[in-house]
Design a protein around this ligand. Structure first.
Ligand SMILES: Cc1cc2nc3c(=O)[nH]c(=O)nc-3n(C[C@H](O)[C@H](O)[C@H](O)COP(=O)(O)OP(=O)(O)OC[C@H]3O[C@@H](n4cnc5c(N)ncnc54)[C@H](O)[C@@H]3O)c2cc1C
Length: 395
């Protein structure tokens, strides 16, 4: 029989949220163990996954504070100076810029694998944080005094607090009996990079067509990150398209703004399922990252919210430590859950509503869509809200 290992905090999942949370607590006296099913060499050098993550100013600030920012190569950080939302091929757009925000960019794009690598590097130097690769969590349960995890290899670990950052399809969440509201859009996102002849002017462009969307996001040089969302039953065909046919299809839809477009590297596909846990905390247990809130990517908030949540829970735990309170006490976890719900509920349901309007082809939705951009363009509070989400509270 193997010995039971005991820690102060067990974190399930060393994705960007789990790693960021561990880093946010790494300079306390807590002994933290991250359990991740992938091997550690992949965490140290994650391969590109096609996602370029739009980071807000709040996220950049947190990443600086957590010493993650310094690990991101400068040539992998691409500023977004303006954003434009188009309906179909119409030249009319809903525009966002930095005017009045005191910032020179709405946000920046950083590849997801660079964020993961930076978070791993920021954490690994701490002796009180153990990163265990190839550690598949099979069973999670909690009691009044501590929580227990069983690994696939039969090992048992305990801690007064278990934090699950094991993705939007979190099995720890299910085992803890936390219901989740799940929205399957019946759609998929295809992401890739494309090179082009003309400069993008550091402008992000998002075009909504009848049953699909195309986002063209500015990277350094004459390259853009492409995000296509389309009905799931069409995604296979687009994935299978030869590069030349794919280039032509994007050029035809996007128009001549960037000149000729050419696929660079691979395409990646993600099913579009949004999830929102009915509770972010339970007895000696908290949900983090996509396991708490799994956003539709169209408004680019998933990791931004995950990082904000990591900061909130770490803040509550630090506070408990300073007051000598049990870090897994209901008051600590509920304070986190309440704050994170306040920060995320409107964005989650608002994003789903936006997706519904732009993927519904019934006449009422078509009319709303046609009018929507013009109305929104003349609604200063709406534009200010969106800009503030990106540039931070100071805007
Ligand atoms: C196409 C696309 C574009 C996006 N664009 C943006 C954007 O612009 N801005 C933004 O903020 N966000 C964006 N996101 C969202 C962002 O990528 C996610 O929110 C973020 O990656 C979630 O991180 P996470 O750590 O919570 O989960 P994950 O990255 O899913 O990590 C979960 C980890 O848990 C591990 N795990 C799972 N189960 C177990 C188990 N039983 N035992 C051990 N380990 C386990 C997994 O191996 C994995 O490493 C985008 C997402 C997509 C799909």
């Amino acid at each position: 029989m193997k010995k039971t290992a005991t820690y102060d905090v067990l974190v399930i999942g060393a994705g960007p949220a789990g790693l960021s949370f561990a880093r946010a607590l790494a300079d306390t006296e807590l002994n933290i163990c991250l359990l991740e099913r992938q091997v550690e060499s992949v965490l140290a050098a994650p391969p590109p996954d096609g996602r370029d993550i739009a980071l807000t100013h709040d996220s950049m600030r947190l990443m600086r504070e957590l010493d993650m920012w310094a690990h991101i190569p400068r040539n992998e950080i691409s500023p977004i100076r303006q954003a434009r939302v188009f309906s179909g091929t119409s030249s009319y757009f809903l525009g966002f810029d930095t005017k009045g925000t005191g910032k020179d960019a709405l946000g920046v794009l950083v590849p997801n694998n660079e964020i993961r690598r930076a978070a791993y590097n920021a954490v690994k130097k701490f002796r009180n944080v153990t990163i265990r690769g190839k550690a598949e969590v099979k069973k999670v349960s909690t009691g009044d005094v501590h929580g227990t995890i069983m690994l696939a290899n039969g090992e048992k670990l305990t801690a007064p607090l278990i934090v699950a950052a094991d993705s939007r399809f979190s099995s720890a969440r299910t085992q803890m009996g936390i219901p989740v509201s799940l929205k399957d859009f019946g759609r998929a996102a295809i992401v890739c990079r494309m090179a082009h002849d003309k400069p993008h002017g550091e402008i992000a462009r998002e075009c909504f067509f009848d049953d699909w969307t195309l986002a063209v996001l500015p990277l350094q040089g004459r390259q853009s990150s492409i995000v296509i969302t389309l009905p799931a039953d069409q995604a296979g065909d687009v994935m299978a398209m030869a590069p030349k046919a794919f280039d032509e299809r994007i050029e035809e839809s996007f128009g001549a703004t960037l000149g000729r477009l050419k696929l660079v590297g691979e395409k990646f596909m993600y099913p579009l399922v949004a999830t929102y846990a009915s509770d972010f905390a339970a007895r000696r247990f908290a949900l983090m990252g996509d396991a708490a809130v799994g956003m539709h990517p169209v408004t680019a908030h998933g990791y931004n919210l995950g990082l904000a949540g990591a900061d909130m829970l770490a803040g509550e735990i630090r506070n408990a430590l300073s007051l000598g309170i049990d870090i897994g006490a209901p008051s600590v976890l509920e304070a986190y859950a309440l704050k994170h719900r306040r920060a995320s509920a409107f964005l989650f349901y608002g994003t789903n509503a936006l997706v519904n309007v732009y993927t519904d082809n019934r006449p009422a939705a078509l009319m709303l869509r046609a009018a929507g951009l013009r109305i929104a363009n003349h609604l200063p509070p709406f534009k200010k809200y969106v800009t503030r989400q990106l540039t931070g509270k100071a805007a």
